[in-house]
Design a protein around this ligand. Structure first.
Ligand SMILES: [Zn+2]
Ligand SMILES: [Zn+2]
Length: 254
């Protein structure tokens, strides 16, 4: 698997972008950043998008990604997400008020936008990928997921604070080759992390103990730009060379 980091921060600035990962040029994991950094040609290759939860930093580029497909023949973008996320997208975004309801606008015989439901704990096949979402602990319903393809597996937490199910699911996956885990705030902001459903370094380290796979590399994302250096310094002390700090433009081969 080839994972390209389009955006990996918890907010947008001149040099940081919100969350979006492009896998094998075709599967978009989160849509916080996509249309704003990809050429139209590269956007055309994306047919499937997975959204963990409906917060703006994970959906912001979706309206433009779909809009840029108007006029293509018989091609849809399919969004895979849990029920609550699909409801929120229908009700608050693609509602013919904020943006058109693209599920009712067609390219030929095909709607521009389709919604497919993910169910926590159940595996869904998306092209060559097997995706199993698991509920995580955020301020709104949200999932992390195990993503498998051709004998490799990736664990992605989405936005979460201390959580359980996803670690249990991943602990005994022998082909697990990387953990992408959010790290939003430094330790001194633990109160804000707790009320907003995010990780600090100590919470992250405690959750990695639940996974109990010390050989698996750890990639952090969703750092709040103001506090990135503090977060990295605190984690580096404990994780050393196991820690990788994702940056926009990175490409990871798994
Ligand atoms: Zn969130
Ligand atoms: Zn977020």
């Amino acid at each position: 698997m080839r994972l390209e980091v389009l955006g990996c921060h918890g907010s947008e600035t001149l040099t940081t972008r919100t969350v979006g990962f492009l896998i094998d040029d075709e599967l978009l994991l989160e849509a916080g950043t996509a249309a704003s950094v990809l050429t139209l040609e590269r956007q055309r290759k994306i047919d499937n998008v997975i959204i963990s939860h409906a917060h703006l930093d994970h959906i912001k580029d979706l309206p433009f990604l779909v809009d840029n497909r108007i006029g293509e023949t018989d091609r849809s973008i399919t969004v895979f997400a849990i029920d609550r996320v699909l409801e929120d997208l229908r009700q608050h975004l693609f509602n013919d008020s904020i943006w058109p309801d693209f599920t009712r606008i067609f390219n030929g015989k095909t709607p521009l936008l389709r919604f497919e439901r993910l169910r926590p704990g159940e595996c869904t096949q998306i092209g060559d990928f097997q995706i199993t979402p698991h509920a995580v602990s955020h301020v709104i319903p949200s999932v992390g997921l195990l993503l498998r393809k051709q004998g490799r597996a990736l664990l992605y937490t989405g936005d979460t604070c201390a959580t359980e199910a996803i670690w249990e699911a991943a602990r005994n996956v022998p082909e697990l080759s990387a953990v992408l885990i959010e790290a939003s705030f430094p330790e001194g902001m633990k109160h804000i992390a707790e009320v907003s459903g995010h990780m600090t370094p100590s919470m992250l380290l405690q959750d990695l103990r639940k996974l109990n796979r010390p050989e698996v590399p750890v990639y952090i994302f969703h750092m709040k730009p103001n506090y990135e250096q503090a977060i990295v310094d605190e984690l580096r002390l404990e994780l050393g060379g196991r820690l990788h700090v994702l940056q926009e433009g990175d490409i990871i081969q798994l």
